[in-house]
Every structure is written in C-alpha cells, then in structure tokens.
Design a protein around this ligand. Sequence first.
Ligand code: BGC
Length: 398
Amino acid sequence: MENNKKPASSAGKFPDNFLWGAATSSYQTEGNNSNSDWWEWEQKGKTKNKSGIACDYWNRWREDHELLSELGVNSFRLSLEWSRIEPEEGVFSFTAIDRYRKMLEDLKKRNIKTVVTFWHWTSPLWFQKKYGWHRKKSVEIFTRYGEKVIDELGDYIDIAVILNEPAMPLVFGFLLGKYPPEKRNPFFCCKAFHNLVKAYKNIYAYIKEKNKRIPTGITTLYNYFEPKYRWCLMSRFLVWAGKKFWNESFFHKIKDSVDYFGLDYYFHDRMSILGIQNENKKVTDVNWEIYPVGIYEVLREIKEKYSLPIYIMENGLADAEDKNRTEFIKDHLAFVSKAIGEGADVRGYFYWSLTDNFEWLYGYAPRFGLVEIDYETLERKPRQSFYAYKKIIKNNGL
Ligand code: BGC
C-alpha cells in the first residue's frame, strides 16, 4: 500500500497541551470484584484464569500513581466499578465512593488529568440477574448510577467516558454468548443496544445540566477495514458493512450528544468472502496484526466524518518480552502525528495499559503493560518500553 511507508522524520511533533496517558479498567486491575457479573462468569469456568486479586489496584493504587508520576504522564484513564459503588439495588457504598474520591484526588495532586470510564463492561450481579441491558428498566437503573457518580465524584473528573466500546459486550454478550449474559438473541441485542443509547444520553444530559465543563463521550473500538481484493464486490461490501455496523452504528445514535470521539485502535481487517484474511507479517502475543498505518487511516476517516476533537483512548499490544512495544508505540505515534499534520484534531494518546492485567477471556497470559506485574508477589517492574514512552512524553514528541 502506498502510504504504508513510515512518515518522514519531520513528523513526530505533537501540539502543546497534548494529553499523554495510559489506560486501565477497574475490573481488570482492582481485584476481588466479587459482586460483578464477570466474577460469576469466571466461577463458571468461562475464562482462562479467574481474576482473583488481579493487580490489587484497589489497595495498591498509590504505588501505581507513583509509577504514573515517574512515567511523566499528564493524564490517566481508569474506570469505576459499578458493583462496588452500588452493591445492592439503590444502595450506594460510601466506602467505595470515598476510595475512588481519594484515588482521583491523588491524581489531581500529581497534576494528572482524570479520564474516568463509568462502565467498562462489568455490571453488578443483581443488575444482571434482575434486569440486564435487554430490559427497559436498565435505562433508569444505569442513569441513577451515572447521576450518583456525577453528584459524588463530578468535581474530580476531567473527561467522562460513559461507556467503553459498547459493540463488544453487545456482540459478545447478546449475539455470540461469549460474555455475560450469554445470550444468542438478535432481538435482545437490539433492545440492549437501544437501552445503552438511552442511558448514555440521559447521563450526558445530566452532566451538561450539572457540570458543563466535563467533556463527555464513549470509546469506540474502531477497526481499519480494507477489502482483501479491491476488484471483488463482495470484499467491498464487507468493508462497507464492517464500517457501518461495527465502527459506526452505536456512535451514530449518540453523535449529537458527545463532546469528543474516543478511539480505541487495535485491529486491521482485510475482508474477503472467506472471512478476515490478514497478512499477519508481524503479530502480537495474541496474534493480532501489528499495523501502525491503520491508525492513520482511521483517524482520517473519523476526521472526515465528524468535526470533533479526537482522543486515542486505547492503543497497545500484548508483548510479554517487550520485544516490539517501543517500536509499536513509536510507529503508531508517527502516524498519529502525520494525521495531526493533515488536520486531525487529536488531543491525546492513552497507551493500553499501564500495568499487565486481567485480559477477560484470555486471563492473565497476555501482557499489555508498560509495567510488568509479578502475579505471585504483585511486584511492579517497569519494562524498557516504559522508559522509551517516558522519553517521548518528556519531549512531547518522537
Ligand atoms: C478493552 C480492554 C482490553 C483491551 C485489550 C479493549 O478493547 O477496552 O478492556 O483489555 O481491548 O484487549
């Protein structure tokens, strides 16, 4: 492909006030979220490992914030665990809310902006058992939770991410039955889709009413789709469908109620009648193709479609030996910089993830962290790439 070449060395500059960050989520790092639907899912043996104590971020958050300061980031993306904040229907835990407040306060003291996800796929078990996203009542219940978060923690939130990648739990939880609530039912999937849209819009409206300064949106897992054969109509149709349904369908429903586009970029998919056929010349430990130019292509698409600021809320790879991570970050950032040079309003980049963590169905084997976790001792050990990223942050560029 023409623009597969690395951008010229003059690229690699970033705007002033660019947000340099790392991302995590509560369920994947906190540990012992035993009141959550995913916890029950694990007990049923549906994941490679059980999450258990995870990284024990719930108790060791100060240590991890120390690492953030060492890394030099000016922002951090983390999430709140709904099942901790509302352990029983309508009953809110002030112990949990206080702990989150302390964490956010600590980040503020360190001059680290807080990017807070309200729902990173996990729900309280009571919610899943009694309602679930496919039931109408879910809208009211989630809205109440979101409003509570704003009332209690709104002053400590710099950017709000109400939902993380809704397409994943919708497709995996309601069509493929691979995530809770293990449904394979297109009708439920549509219901859940619409309920998530409504709940999102309610919380957006509440934030605007109460606390206008918080930029609010969601993250979208946005893949770079290409036809495997340009001449093949079927390949091109599949690209169109991939973009329309996977990348855009949810966002289009809420696009008048967002303040930014939150991009999560991991995948390049060459579509053909035989399915996704990637060249996979270079892959991560979980066999996902490494394709940095894809981030440039999707930034171009997003820039053309929406006139919104863009935050890259996730980009990263599983690489236990840290062989490719530094190059991966540099190559992706070079293409981000190229897109910025051509007018994409990219305001931040969050590497996924700060530490190794619980990778859903895959369990603990994939290592996404800039910081290695020894799961026996929970000791944290920055990898080489941590220092390479630190240097980039310090120079505000490559
Ligand atoms: C999710 C994360 C996950 C990462 C790597 C993203 O789609 O938001 O929770 O760990 O991908 O798979």
